[in-house]
Design a protein around this ligand. Structure first.
Ligand SMILES: C=CC1=C(C)c2cc3[nH]c(cc4nc(cc5[nH]c(cc1n2)c(C)c5CCC(=O)O)C(CCC(=O)O)=C4C)c(C)c3C=C
Ligand SMILES: [Fe+2]
Ligand SMILES: [Fe+2]
Length: 382
């Protein structure tokens, strides 16, 4: 894997060097990030609980460090159990570099392209990425969310952070920004997920394969977020529907929700309870499919692989998980295709944001969301 990453990095450097003097078109891969090492878990959690766009807390500056400290040992143990940290930075770099290399071929007019990573809760943070872009002389940038489906608590939080950094004068004023804010039904993404499901289904005997339940599992949302009109639930359901169309509805399926945190009400049915329910109904074979995140993380490697799968086996169910997209070449090509389509559209209509991004959640009371949308609609200019 290291070898493949190096090959991609070398070819990226080559294409960058072959256009001396031309500043790169930046493709900024936005995501939450995760602790690369167990020791970074506390800082990750502290930044996460400090994010008022994700978890609005009373006295946030004081309460967030307290909650983070209390939660750290449990989450550290989970990162230890999955091999000592989150692989998200490694996969995001690999995906970004592969995407940029393909983009140079698909859209030569804006070459060279360079992928940057901007994480919300761990390094490289948005402000560090902005410095790197400045040093490279970037004049044109795409904020490319790596969450396929839009939620104000994920992509919205990353865009609010970009806006705050812009307003604080920490982004280069000369940069012309545009946004790819969601792509949960892009055919390349759907194809990549479908292929991984087919590989997991193939692990079951051919005679009973068609009885296997395909259980899509996505990170849940607090009902307070759902009820203010957040589009995530609908968009995840649209991804599931598109994947099942691509699979020609070969198997029965359900969409369920995982990783609730804290005592408030969250979107259900919960993945763990669904597996128990399927066992009760006499189901013997399940494929679990992570559908709302593009690389492995504690929810796949710990919650699904170590907790849910073990429990399901105890209930007499054989479970296989569809692989996360990680290094999938089909997925990397999809990222390049989404970005090149965006560049083509932008060169003809100069519209920096999608029509859908312009609409705030009907119940949104976070003023930053409104300012962010107005700022992005002007390409990140004053
Ligand atoms: C599309 C994915 C995600 C949505 C939507 C989402 C919403 C959301 N999350 C929290 C609270 C926490 N999430 C935590 C970890 C975490 N969240 C996601 C993805 C989504 N979150 C991932 C991939 C991860 C794990 C990162 C990794 O490296 O594995 C955590 C920290 C872990 C823990 O303490 O359990 C919290 C807390 C809220 C409140 C929320 C919606 C408002
Ligand atoms: Fe989360
Ligand atoms: Fe909002």
């Amino acid at each position: 894997m290291l070898h493949r990453t190096n090959v991609l990095s070398r070819s990226l450097t080559r294409s960058f060097a072959s256009s001396p003097g031309k500043s790169p078109t930046a493709i900024v891969m936005m995501n939450m990030g995760g602790p690369e090492t167990v020791a970074e878990t506390h800082d990750f959690l502290k930044n996460l609980f400090l994010d008022g766009d994700l978890i609005p807390l009373p006295f946030q500056r004081f309460l967030a460090p307290y909650i983070a400290r209390r939660r750290t040992p449990q989450i550290e143990q989970q990162y230890t159990d999955i091999g000592g940290g989150s692989p998200i930075l490694r996969y995001t770099r690999l995906q970004g570099e592969g995407m940029a290399r393909l983009l140079d071929e698909l859209h030569p007019a804006t070459a060279p392209h360079k992928a940057y990573v901007a994480f919300r809760y761990v390094r490289p943070l948005t402000v560090e990425t902005a410095r790197e872009m400045k040093a490279d002389g970037v004049k044109r940038a795409i904020a490319f969310t790596q969450y396929p489906q839009y939620s104000c608590s994920t992509t919205g939080s990353s865009l609010n952070e970009l806006f705050r950094r812009g307003k604080a004068g920490e982004l280069d004023l000369d940069i012309e920004w545009s946004v790819i804010d969601r792509w949960g039904t892009h055919p390349g993404f759907i194809e990549a997920v479908a292929q991984n499901i087919e590989k997991a289904l193939a692990k079951f005997p051919i005679e009973t394969r068609h009885e296997t339940v395909v259980l899509f599992s996505a990170h849940s949302l607090p009902m307070s977020v759902v009820n203010r009109g957040d589009p995530y639930i609908l968009e995840v359901a649209a991804s599931v529907s598109a994947v099942m169309d691509r699979l020609k509805h070969s198997n029965p399926y359900r969409l369920v929700w995982q990783s609730q945190v804290g005592p408030s009400a969250w979107m259900g049915m919960q993945t763990g309870a669904a597996l128990k329910g399927l066992a009760r109904l006499g189901k013997k074979q399940v494929v679990i499919v992570p559908i709302a995140f593009t690389s492995d993380h504690i929810e796949t490697l710990y919650e699904i692989d170590l907790e849910y799968a073990k429990e399901a086996r105890e209930h007499g169910i054989e479970v296989h998980r569809a692989e996360s997209l990680n290094e999938s070449p089909v997925f990397i090509r999809a990222l390049a295709d989404i970005a090149s389509q965006h560049l083509r559209d932008y060169s003809s209509n100069k519209r920096p944001v999608s029509v859908q991004l312009g609409l705030r959640c009907p119940g949104c009371t976070n003023a930053t969301c409104g300012h962010q949308k107005a700022w992005l609609a002007k390409g990140g200019r004053q």
